[in-house]
Design a protein around this ligand. Structure first.
Ligand SMILES: Cc1cc2nc3c(=O)[nH]c(=O)nc-3n(C[C@H](O)[C@H](O)[C@H](O)COP(=O)(O)OP(=O)(O)OC[C@H]3O[C@@H](n4cnc5c(N)ncnc54)[C@H](O)[C@@H]3O)c2cc1C
Ligand SMILES: NC(=O)c1ccc[n+]([C@@H]2O[C@H](COP(=O)([O-])OP(=O)(O)OC[C@H]3O[C@@H](n4cnc5c(N)ncnc54)[C@H](O)[C@@H]3O)[C@@H](O)[C@H]2O)c1
Length: 495
């Protein structure tokens, strides 16, 4: 007999385990199915994404600080980098958090199944693993099967010379001494920053005309300046020709050319920050050849839906593999919801968890606020960090707003000087007519933390005037938010 649940969730990442907790809090009997080897919950983020990446970036940060301590009066002698130890610590952090999530499932009485989940019927789910098959009956189903690494035809991952983010965060032995990074989205620039601090020679090849092309153009420019100052070789408006890839004894060689030359052709990329739009690519006719020990392909990810047997349901999925949902995560099939990377958007962990909570509350009969992507903070942990939400001035104008923007530099913030990171800025975009906040865009120290104040202000329909009235502690980096708000009101104090 199939065991009955109020909710069966397929996929144990942020969009799965977080709503499992919320649904249980709301009195639902919940099953969570995860196929990852070892049954590890936490999905991409905990196992091969946010957490291991940031653990390695923390090592990179410390290494940079240790090498540059003299300016602060700290002499360390010759600084040595022990990569296997950094990898060990990365793994310890991941293991501890995995245990934490398992503990939370137990505490919230969520029944966890290790295996591949698929639909037998719209409300009947099969779990298959090496030991056999079980069937579960569900009142409601949440699909949260997430995304996986993706590449271009001709650049198949081999784990050594042509690598993905998964390969980097699971390598316990070594790292390349030179690397070509294809793509300058979050994955590309975070690993570029990390590798540079590790002492690797880094070349970024980005097909569009600027780094982090989805951010405010001034952020792209500030990042380019900073990266070039650090000795990272930045090649924007440049394409690499996958067909020209040559694996040599020491690594890879690939031909590059201006992105304007040659025929444009479609990539197989299914989303990433493009949310379904195709980034352009093409052959590099003529052009130079560049070489390195490894080629990191960071051109976006693809959704994971292939095991689900969605054909027996009315769930609609677009040609990019994105499941179509409304603001509460409801698919076209009655009682079947979806959340996280699999429904598109910005493909971020906190967005995934939030969408999952909305879905859980909605199916439990609560009245949650529907998903509003203009309130999703986008955060990139390269050095300098980048954070933003909502619209840029140009995007706001395209949407018909009479937009204005105000900017305040970290250079005039005492704490930024104290921390030795005086570059970057915090920008606020507002509607000139109503003073409504439309977006914020920042590059500089700890902006991934600072952005939350702006998101909260927008959530409660606050204005720059109210942020300016908020007393910010001194000296603190948060003063940049207060000053940017005063600048939006026309009266910054320290600049
Ligand atoms: C290198 C890297 C760094 C990142 N850093 C950040 C960051 O700093 N901040 C941030 O916000 N985001 C970051 N992200 C993005 C973030 O990891 C994802 O947005 C987030 O993991 C999405 O959560 P999800 O639950 O939708 O999907 P996933 O985390 O992909 O989880 C889906 C889970 O479903 C399982 N699954 C799939 N199919 C089945 C099936 N049929 N049966 C059972 N189980 C199944 C998978 O094994 C997986 O565990 C990063 C991503 C990468 C690759
Ligand atoms: N800190 C974070 O929040 C974080 C970190 C890592 C990943 N992520 C998420 O993971 C997802 C995947 O990230 P990503 O960086 O792989 O993808 P992305 O879609 O964000 O960026 C891909 C980049 O590759 C470029 N590109 C595409 N085809 C190319 C080609 N043929 N040659 C050269 N450049 C090419 C694109 O123009 C784009 O700039 C993102 O949606 C992101 O939100 C988030």
């Amino acid at each position: 007999m199939a065991e009955k649940f109020d909710l069966v969730i397929i996929g144990g990442g942020n969009a799965g385990y977080i709503p499992a907790i919320r649904a249980s809090q709301l009195g639902m009997k919940v099953a969570l199915i995860e196929k990852r080897e070892g049954g590890h919950l936490g999905g991409t983020c905990l196992n091969v994404g946010c957490i291991p990446t940031k653990a390695l970036l923390q090592t990179a940060h410390l290494l940079h600080d240790a090498k540059n301590g003299e300016e602060f009066g700290v002499k360390t002698g010759e600084v040595e980098f022990d990569y296997p130890q950094a990898a060990k610590r990365r793994e310890q952090v991941v293991t501890q958090l995995r245990r934490g999530v398992q503990g939370l499932m137990k505490k919230n009485k969520v029944t966890v199944y290790n295996g591949v989940g698929s639909f037998v019927e719209p409300k009947k789910i099969k779990v298959e693993n090496g030991e056999g098959t079980e069937e579960l009956e569900a009142e409601k189903v949440l699909i949260s099967t997430g995304s996986a690494v993706n590449t271009l035809p001709g650049l198949e991952f081999d784990g050594e010379k042509v690598i993905s983010s998964d390969d980097i965060v699971t390598n316990n032995e070594s790292y390349p001494k030179s690397v070509i990074i294809l793509g300058s989205g979050a994955v590309g620039v975070e690993f570029a920053s990390m590798y540079k601090d590790f002492g690797t020679e880094v070349t970024i090849v980005e097909i569009l005309d600027r780094l982090v092309p989805l951010e405010d153009p001034e952020i792209s420019e500030a990042l380019r300046k900073s990266f070039e100052k650090r000795g990272i070789n930045v090649m924007t408006g440049t394409k690499a020709d996958p067909e020209s890839l040559e694996k040599t004894d020491s690594g890879v060689k690939i031909k590059i050319a201006s992105a304007d030359s040659g025929e444009k052709e479609e990539t197989k990329g299914e989303g990433g920050s493009y949310g379904g739009e195709d980034p352009p690519t093409g052959d590099a006719d003529g052009g130079d050849t560049i070489e390195a020990e490894a080629l990191l392909v960071a051109v976006g990810r693809k959704t994971v839906t292939e095991d689900l047997n969605l054909d027996v349901t009315d769930v609609e999925i677009n040609e990019r593999g994105i499941i179509q949902v409304d603001g509460y995560g409801q698919t076209a099939a009655d009682g079947i919801y979806a959340a996280g990377d699999v429904v598109g958007g910005y493909w971020l962990a906190h967005e995934a968890g939030h969408e999952g909570i909305i879905a859980a509350e909605h199916m439990a009969g609560e009245d949650p606020m529907p998903m509003d992507r203009s309130l999703v903070p986008r955060v990139t942990y390269c050095r300098p960090e980048i954070a933003s939400f909502g619209l840029t001035k140009a995007q706001a104008e395209e949407e018909g707003y009479e937009a204005k923007e105000a900017k305040f530099p970290f250079q005039a913030i005492g704490k930024a000087l104290i921390e030795g990171e005086p570059n970057g800025f915090f920008k606020i975009v507002t509607d000139a007519e109503t003073d409504m906040i439309l977006g914020m865009h920042a590059i500089g120290p700890k902006v991934t933390d600072l952005i939350t104040e702006g998101v909260f202000a927008k959530l409660v329909e606050g204005t720059p005037e109210e942020i300016a009235m908020t007393i910010h502690p001194h000296p603190s980096l948060s003063e940049v938010v207060g000053e940017a708000a005063m600048a939006a009101e026309g009266h910054p104090i320290h600049f």
